[in-house]
Write a protein that binds this ligand. Structure first.
Ligand code: XMP
Length: 326
């Protein structure tokens, strides 16, 4: 597909049959474009990069080299799911890079949100570049660009942004989803056999938990964000809120308060719960989560998560708040 405008004749992909037709057409186009060469893909495990990976595995199999960078800011279970689905189930050629210490060392002491984002983005490109250099004979770079990325920006999305690679690593781009809207990407992902947990997941920012561990990131608070987020997700799923609430997560600020546990004074962090609904992320309303459920989640977080003694619910719509805290 040429150019950056979705062809008017392109039917909206709403059914499995339409998804299968799209997949067949793309597989042929990808095989023609790639031939016997190799393609590199930064596979975050998000919806878009996962669907691109599944499509390319179908088209060129082992000629696809997926690089999954664990920067330590992923949700609980995410790196494991990427390995399970792509390496174990789909037999993908997957390079797993444990860059946790590297990212956390770079981020140590940095409190300013945009500075944090810059460091995470720049370090990601550096790690990816190193992995790209280890590979022989790569001609193509696949990206999970989707149509809203093209409509809203310069076509390069923040969390797939490997566009900062040096001159000698300027590969030809492969962007099979570039005319699809998010709902269509999900239908295609489902038709490709990806698990629901991957296809229907809520939005997750490129800098990951890094912007939810507020201020300068420390390992203890990062763990508190990850564990409390896992409890929140589990409870929302159990109580029918998954898929109903647009985005929900926890954040941990960089201050402590006094509490009491087992008759002893504690000095620990609060966890903030945020659950919002929106159409386009420009404005958002707060989900009316049942009070008993909030009490239950509070009970679980304060007993199961280390270094936490309070739970707060964020009642702020956007505006005046943003969805994320940083
Ligand atoms: P805000 O906080 O601006 O968020 O109301 C709107 C939507 O964008 C997501 N978000 C990001 N996504 N990189 C991303 O890829 C980022 O740096 C980033 N910051 C916010 C946020 O999760 C919400 O869905």
């Amino acid at each position: 597909m040429q150019g950056n405008v979705r062809p008017e004749t392109m039917e909206r992909i709403t059914t499995e049959a339409l998804a299968n037709a799209f997949i067949d057409e793309q597989v042929k186009a990808l095989q023609a474009q790639i031939g016997d060469k190799k393609v590199l893909l930064a596979l975050s495990g998000g919806v878009d990069s996962s669907v691109v990976a599944a499509l390319l595995i179908k088209a060129v199999g082992q000629q696809l080299v997926c690089v999954h960078v664990n920067h330590g800011l992923l949700r609980k279970g995410e790196p494991e799911q990427v390995i399970e689905v792509f390496r174990n189930q789909m037999n993908a050629n997957l390079v797993y890079v444990d860059a946790v210490d590297r990212f956390l060392d770079k981020l140590a002491g940095v409190a300013e949100p945009e500075q944090k984002r810059k460091i995470i983005g720049a370090e990601f490109i550096r790690v990816f570049e190193e992995e790209a250099r280890k590979q022989e004979g790569i001609n193509f770079l696949a990206q999970g660009t989707i149509y809203p990325d093209i409509l809203e920006s310069d076509g390069v999305k923040a969390h797939h942004n490997v566009g900062g690679l040096p001159e000698d690593l300027q590969f030809e781009l492969v962007e099979p989803l570039k005319f699809l809207f998010k709902d269509e990407v999900r239908v295609v992902g489902k038709a490709l056999g990806l698990p629901d947990g991957m296809v229907y997941r809520q939005p997750f920012p490129g800098p990951g938990l890094g912007v939810r561990c507020l201020g300068a990131i420390t390992r203890d608070r990062l763990e508190a964000v990850r564990e409390s987020d896992a409890i929140l997700r589990e409870e929302f799923a159990k109580n029918g809120l998954e898929g109903k609430v647009w985005q929900y997560f926890t954040a941990v600020p960089d201050f402590k308060s006094v509490g009491v546990k087992d008759g002893k004074r504690t000095f620990a962090y609060p966890v903030i719960i945020r659950a919002v609904n929106t159409k386009d992320a420009m404005t958002a309303t707060v989900e009316n989560v049942p009070f008993e459920l909030l009490q239950h989640i509070t009970q679980r977080i304060t007993t199961e998560v280390e270094n936490v003694n309070r739970v707060l619910y964020d009642l702020t719509p956007k505006p005046s708040g943003t969805i994320e805290w940083e």
